[in-house]
Design a protein around this ligand. Sequence first.
Ligand code: CP
Length: 314
Amino acid sequence: MSELSVNHLLGIKNIGPNDIDLILKTASQFKEVINRPIKKVPSLRDITIANLFFENSTRTRLSFELAEKRLSADVINFSAASSSVKKGETLVDTVNNILSMKVDMVVMRHPNPGAGVFLSKQIDATIVNAGDGAHEHPTQALLDAFSIKEKLGTLEGVRVAIVGDILHSRVALSNIFCLQKMGAEVMVCGPATLLPKYIDSLGVLVETNLRKALEWCDVANMLRVQHERQDIKYFPSVREYTMQYGVNMPLLESLKKEIIIMHPGPINRGVEITTEVADSDQSIILQQVENGVAVRMAVLYLLSQKRKLHFEGA
Ligand code: CP
């Protein structure tokens, strides 16, 4: 297979293992490109991409922008905080105004789950979901899968524990879909109050004891507690959370095997992981960020190919 089965990347749920495999293989080629002295290729020379961020972001926004520039696309950036959204303009009006400027692809982060799906039904541009509320963050899951495969050589049979605030995490949901489709085993671990009620329907192992989860896994993907999405208290205090669910060096060193530590960022140092763990040899957090550019180049390139085929009537 050399083309994606979808015209937009809205979530991992609606793509197949062949799509994921194609994206990861294409990302490997782009990783080689961005490590050359001349990092730019002309693949998206005729494409204009709008990055629409209705929610805060550092890694995803910069990573997409760099990926687009490395592919020679024309790029425009939009941030809701400094836009006419503040004056009451709707999502569709905002996007249609931007599309009048002849934009081909839209990369969008939005606080509402399903915002990307909604937009893909309203407009003609190719949509890439850069995170929609607590729903999905597909390119994060793809770069996480790429990073695990790069480190361990395979995803098949790898045991991944996703630890922390599962309830409010789009990273957790996209990772679960992606890892399972690629043959990995997934466990979620966190306080019972931060595990969604529907968790059993996802086919993952569930654990509330951090030590047991770390003893089981090859890779621990540590998530941030998302205070900004919490309107009630889910645990007594941050100090108590850290005592039960924080990873520190003595805990890591007491395990029988050396596990890999991942984190999608932003990190709350001293809460879900200590500085020593975040900066240790077992951590691949900065490799994840580096791989994000190659993975997003692959996604944009493959979707642009799909768009070209669509317009050529293939
Ligand atoms: N991992 C991630 O999505 O980080 P940002 O919120 O900084 O984009």
